[in-house]
Design a protein around this ligand. Structure first.
Ligand SMILES: [Mn+2]
Length: 274
């Protein structure tokens, strides 16, 4: 008998018109033989009524899967769970959605200014020195992610709206620069915060930026190397990965598409935590 497996997914963005996951039957194959499944934030957008109404369908799918499920909150589903981080294998694997690594959650977002304003307002109430703590930031991020104003027509169907969404995603160009900056700085920023406040971590699993990949950040002055894994998303154009833990073996697997279903693609990385 193989050891029981756990799989980590992020950023399903279920039923988001900008996403790829609209039918949960197509997600089933990705559960594999995992006994435990972690949904690491942005599983759906609970703050947009047009999509929040699909929450029951997603929760029901998870329940009926018969697996043990961990829901972690993300900035699009701050109320899906009270938890925003998870330590596995004695803390050697640290899982969190990823907003904690960015000032005011998502500097590339249309909401950047509003998020920054809310973060500063909430942060002012926090005692000095507390604001840099991961626990504090996760708590504040969950709070300020609630009920952000979204243009309602953004989620309507139709060809014109598809064009509109592409334009909305790319403009203004400053957003693209912020996105590229976030992508290039992520491994370094993640490693710095993990080393400072989650020193047991050898692997950090995040999503959030929708930029899938595996990075090895060398340790300095005798500190061990840190592996940063971004599981990307179930949206175009970059797609995603999932992480499988089986005993001390960790595997990073590409999420592939076969007809209407998502399936296991090629293994991107595999190593032992021991
Ligand atoms: Mn996110």
């Amino acid at each position: 008998m193989p050891e029981p497996a756990l799989r980590i997914f992020s950023d399903l963005h279920f039923r988001d018109p900008r996403g790829e996951l609209h039918d949960l039957a197509g997600f089933g194959p990705l559960l594999g033989d995992a006994e435990r499944v972690v949904f690491n934030g942005d599983s759906l957008d609970t703050q947009v009524p047009a999509m929040a109404r699909h929450a029951d369908e997603l929760l029901d799918f998870a329940r009926r899967s018969g697996r043990e499920i961990d829901w972690l909150s993300g900035n699009h589903d701050p109320d899906i769970s009270e938890r925003a981080e998870l330590a596995l294998r004695d803390g050697r694997v640290w899982v969190t959605h990823g907003d904690v690594f960015f000032p005011a959650i998502a500097p590339w977002s249309h909401h950047a200014a509003e998020l920054r304003r809310r973060f500063d307002a909430e942060g002012a109430k926090v005692p000095r020195g507390e604001l840099d703590r991961i626990e504090t930031r996760l708590r504040l991020h969950r709070k300020i992610s609630l009920s952000l104003p979204e243009p309602p027509h953004l989620f309507q169907p139709g060809l014109f709206m598809r064009f509109y969404r592409v334009a909305h995603a790319l403009l203004p160009p400053r957003r693209l620069l912020e996105m590229l900056r976030a992508w290039s700085s992520t491994p370094r920023v993640v490693a710095e915060l993990a080393r400072a406040q989650r020193p047991e971590a050898r692997v950090v699993v995040l999503g959030h930026t929708h930029y899938p990949g595996v990075w090895r950040v060398p340790g300095r002055r005798g500190a061990p190397d840190l592996t940063v894994i971004n599981t990307g998303s179930f949206t175009k154009p970059l797609g995603g990965l999932f992480v499988e833990l089986r005993g001390d073996r960790l595997r990073v697997v590409r999420v592939a598409r076969r007809d209407c279903a998502f399936v296991e693609g090629r293994t991107m990385a595999e190593f032992s935590l021991a």
